[in-house]
Design a binder for this molecule. Structure first.
Ligand code: TNX
Length: 530
């Protein structure tokens, strides 16, 4: 009997003695150039991190160290002296595209090179993925590989609406974490809408005292003789806002992850919350329609004062002014607006809207920021330097780019993440259409109708997460994931380097990582039925 078992025993002994082949996982988003070599490098206690001693170098090192400690119980030291058995982070002086990095694994260890610290950060994100193929397989063993990578698009964004439902500071940080692990670089913060004002403005305290809260039962009206007091603050009211301190903290948190934060201050529409607090800037001070009066110079002064405070908090180069869905009737029935139209020789509401946006653009430009707005700002004529965010399909984006304006593509289909990602009867509350994972994966920000010499005007793409239906971080994560994973590849990877089949395989690993990190996600999104 023993003899009969011998061959099996032998096979067992041989396979268990053989050095374990490390499992190589694909990186998401797919790198633009990747080649494998034979062999593998295993980290151990004496592996050392080689890095310059700048502030940013130290921050990157700390991130890597805490990751290795948490996942492998490895406590690696750092030095600035080059040596073997190392993870080297090298800031090269070569002129490279923004965010570019190289990652090499060979017998000397891991070498990450970047023209900027942002590039090194992306190299580290890739390394982290190489090291955590599946939560069950955690070994600090890495196949030899050479990666040269750079993002295809410079705007890889997501918008979060914190007006319809307020997201506490820590929830916002969690959203930023998800963006960072996907090498996304723009966080568009929809801080203001009709139902709630969420940013402290010192010159106008009512905006947050009153405009940030609503009665839960009525749910729609934040204002109406309503002020938060200590007595009613708990149950009857819903809302919240960010203090300037909170905002600085979030902006710094995002900066550490190489993410720009773009604030949105909505105008001239979607402005009920502000106008209920300061009705003097509405056309009809009693019947607030949610549109700022374009005939009142005071309106512009009010908005300029707000913007002056906002730009102090947000160092990024853009300021989003909204500009969507402006009901123009209140203007057409307003004496002040009629006078303005006569004086400025404006024929209709669209031209008055264009006057409004152009006037704001001049001010925003004087503050050293670029105006960006939803594609309605095309109506009546775009300001010369404006950037357009195209949400009603890509038509507005095409028109703007062909006219020589910069454009961010964020068409509702497929980039609205408030839409369901599976059959709505099986999904949590959502809004509008159906944007499944594959549609997001296949998204290409440059439609064929863009003229060849205008393609560079397409800065990239962005998903938008409106939160009328979404109250919690858990639900936010569900709507984001894994669609953001698909979007990251659509924006980072050149289309001829994308591989749909391979993406599906990698997605399995990614969902595993989400689970490990405690992120909620839509498992339904990968069901074959969707
Ligand atoms: C339209 S998209 C809006 C938002 C809503 C969204 C719902 C855009 C610029 N405006 O105010 O939340 O539809 O999907």
């Amino acid at each position: 009997k023993v003899f009969k078992l011998l061959p099996f025993l032998l096979i067992l002994i041989i396979t268990s003695c053989k050095k374990k082949e490390p499992i190589f996982t694909g990186i998401i988003p797919q790198p633009n150039e990747i080649t494998y070599q034979k062999g593998s490098f295993e980290m151990n206690k004496s592996t050392i991190i080689v890095v310059d001693s700048t502030f940013e170098g130290k921050k990157l090192t700390a991130e890597l160290q805490s990751f290795l400690r948490a996942n492998f119980n490895l406590d690696l030291k750092a030095t600035s002296e080059n040596q073997d058995n190392a993870i080297q982070l090298i800031l090269s002086d070569e002129d490279e595209p923004e965010g570019a990095y190289g990652l090499t694994i060979d017998k000397t260890g891991v070498t990450i090179k970047g023209g900027t610290y942002q590039g090194l950060f992306y190299g580290i994100q890739s390394l982290k993925q190489l090291l955590t193929p599946k939560s069950a397989v955690k070994e600090p063993v890495l196949n030899y590989v050479t990666i040269r990578d750079a993002p295809e698009f410079g705007w890889r964004g997501m918008m979060l609406d914190v007006s319809r439902h307020f997201m506490p500071k820590d929830a916002v940080k969690k959203v930023i974490d998800v963006l960072a692990m996907h090498k996304m670089n723009k966080f568009h913060w929809h801080l203001v809408d009709g139902i709630g004002w969420r940013i402290q403005i010192d010159a106008y305290p009512e905006l947050t005292k009153k405009g940030a809260w609503r009665k839960v039962k009525e749910n729609k009206k934040p204002w109406e003789d309503f002020e938060v007091t200590e007595e009613n603050a708990d149950e009857e009211v819903y809302g919240g806002y960010y203090t300037k301190e909170d905002i600085r903290e979030i902006v710094a948190y995002a900066k550490d992850r190489y993410i720009d934060v773009i604030p949105e201050i909505e105008m001239p529409g979607h402005s009920e919350a502000a106008l209920q607090c300061y009705p003097e800037f509405s056309c009809d001070t009693k019947d607030i329609t949610g549109v700022y009066c374009a005939g009142n110079d005071g309106t512009f002064q009010f908005l300029e004062n707000i913007i002056s405070e906002v730009v102090e908090l947000f160092p990024n180069e853009y300021l989003h002014i909204g500009g969507d869905e402006v009901g123009k009737d209140s203007w057409l029935n307003c004496d002040k607006c009629k006078i303005r139209m006569q004086e400025e020789n404006l024929q209709n509401g669209e031209e008055l809207q264009s006057y409004f946006v152009k006037r704001m653009e001049k001010f925003i430009h004087s503050k050293n920021r670029k105006l960006i707005g939803w594609d309605e700002i095309l109506e009546g004529g775009l300001p010369e330097r404006a950037t357009v965010m195209s949400w009603r399909g890509v038509v507005g984006g095409i028109e703007a780019a062909n006219a020589g304006h910069d454009v961010v593509m964020s068409p509702g289909d497929p980039l609205y993440f408030d839409h369901s990602q599976g059959k709505s009867e099986f999904e949590p509350p959502s809004w509008g259409g159906y944007n499944n994972l594959l549609k997001v994966y296949n998204f290409d920000p440059i439609p064929t109708a863009i003229e060849a010499d205008k393609r560079h005007h397409i800065l990239g793409g962005q998903a938008n997460l409106w939160t009328e239906q979404i109250e919690t971080l858990n639900h936010v994560q569900y709507m984001m994931l894994p669609r953001l994973t698909a979007l990251s590849e659509a924006l980072w990877t050149k289309s001829d380097h994308k591989e749909k089949e391979y993406f599906k395989e990698k997605l399995d690993f990614q969902l595993d990582r989400f689970q490990d990190l405690g992120y909620n996600f839509a498992g339904s999104a990968i069901s074959p039925n969707y």
